[in-house]
Design a protein around this ligand. Structure first.
Ligand code: NAG
Ligand code: NAG
Ligand code: NAG
Ligand code: NAG
Ligand code: NAG
Length: 334
């Protein structure tokens, strides 16, 4: 009961926050003024972006892929698309790549609850208690990781290419790790303690929407595989608003990119898997030198603190009421 009330509280707060964020996005979108230099070798399709947070909407640009994904029976057909853009100024320092979803309600009540925190702790990989409607596979095996959040894992993949001149293409090196919150990666998500991860998940099934099981999420890096895969953890931290961005990759500052991203021509090769047109959603990629906790974090932080305090207060008052009533009950019984 208290829990449910707290959830309600959160939902109301989230709505308020959403309003505030939308205002900020509106302000940001007015920064789009730069033009590509005349005679730039990439003409026509090239996008020119605001230099602070270049954002590339790719649902429309990849319309044929979006169309393909509308039909769920095409799930095994691959679809790539390429988007060229021009960065008018260099992005200095650390650069982060975010994906952004518009109109995806990761904050729905039933969706948020459809997960098993016990399972994700690695202590009991077969605990699927709260995971309806994704508890067990057709064959009756418990799903790992279970639940609607895990099953809907964002699965587009991206390659960023730098084109210093018309004949050269350099793949921009990106890092897959350290995108999740520290407490999530080292406290809330743990792999079962087994020598061999695939043995640890024996007797479980993969989520129905996943092409491969959880122990093959990153076979190259054991510290990024299974439940402690950063992409997975980032997705599992549900967003408060229907429009949200999530940290996906970090620029690996080596070779030509030690200073950051140089100005110039780039293209994204997008492996388009995640369907959004079914719910009139949109997808975008955002490059930024800020971590998400830059910018509007003060407001968000304060808001969370206040909710925390209010929740705690509610908890204690309800506890008091509960104890009072219990006392009276025992009194009557005597
Ligand atoms: C991207 O698409 C969303 C949703 O349609 C829209 O609100 C936003 O303004 C678009 N951004 C750009 C830069 O086109
Ligand atoms: C799509 O891109 C991926 C990764 O870059 C590549 O492995 C695959 O062959 C491409 N598929 C098509 C159909 O172009
Ligand atoms: C990607 O995710 C969608 C939605 O969860 C799913 O329908 C699709 O089968 C997945 N495709 C791949 C290649 O992972
Ligand atoms: C783990 O077990 C699987 C299946 O038994 C096997 O294919 C794989 O090679 C093993 N991996 C390691 C690192 O031992
Ligand atoms: C990028 O790095 C390669 C070697 O890694 C070098 O040959 C090339 O000149 C560099 N290009 C630019 C534009 O700095």
């Amino acid at each position: 009961m208290t829990f449910r009330l707290t959830c309600r509280c959160f939902l109301v707060l989230r709505q308020l926050l959403a309003f505030k964020l939308r205002l900020e996005e509106h302000q940001l979108s007015r920064l789009w003024t730069c033009q590509p230099p005349p005679g730039s070798f990439l003409q026509g399709e090239t996008l020119t972006l605001n230099w602070k947070h270049p954002t590339i909407n790719y649902t429309e640009k990849c319309a044929s892929c979006a169309k393909l994904r509308e039909d769920a029976t095409n799930f095994d057909k691959e679809c790539n698309c390429s988007i060229s853009f021009y960065l008018p100024q260099k992005m200095e320092g650390n650069v982060y790549l975010y994906y952004k979803l518009y109109g995806f309600y990761q904050n729905l009540y039933r969706y948020i609850l459809s997960r098993s925190n016990i399972q994700l702790l690695g202590t009991d990989v077969k605990d699927v208690r709260n995971c309806a409607p994704f508890k067990t596979s057709d064959k009756g095996l418990p799903i790992a990781p279970c639940g609607a959040i895990a099953n809907s894992l964002f699965n587009d993949t991206f390659v960023l290419l730098y084109n210093p001149d018309s004949s050269t293409q350099i793949e921009v090196p990106m890092m897959r790790t350290a995108t999740a919150w520290w407490t999530d990666k080292y406290v809330k998500f743990q792999n079962p303690t087994y020598q061999n991860l695939s043995h640890a998940f024996e007797g479980t099934a993969k989520p129905p929407n996943w092409p491969k099981p959880v122990y093959e999420l990153d076979e190259e890096d054991p510290r990024n595989n299974g439940f402690i895969n950063d992409d997975f953890i980032v997705w599992m931290r549900t967003a408060a608003f229907p429009t949200f961005k999530k940290l996906h990759r970090r620029l690996h500052r080596i070779d030509n990119f030690t200073e950051g991203l140089p100005a110039g021509s780039y293209s994204f090769i997008i492996n388009y898997n995640f369907p959004v047109s079914r719910f009139q959603g949109q997808k975008a990629l955002v490059l930024s030198t800020l971590t998400w906790s830059g910018g509007s974090s003060l407001f968000l932080g304060l808001a969370y603190l206040v909710t925390g305090a209010v929740t705690l207060l509610a908890f204690f008052s309800m506890m008091a009421v509960h104890l009072k009533l219990k006392e009276r009950k025992t009194f009557f019984l005597q």
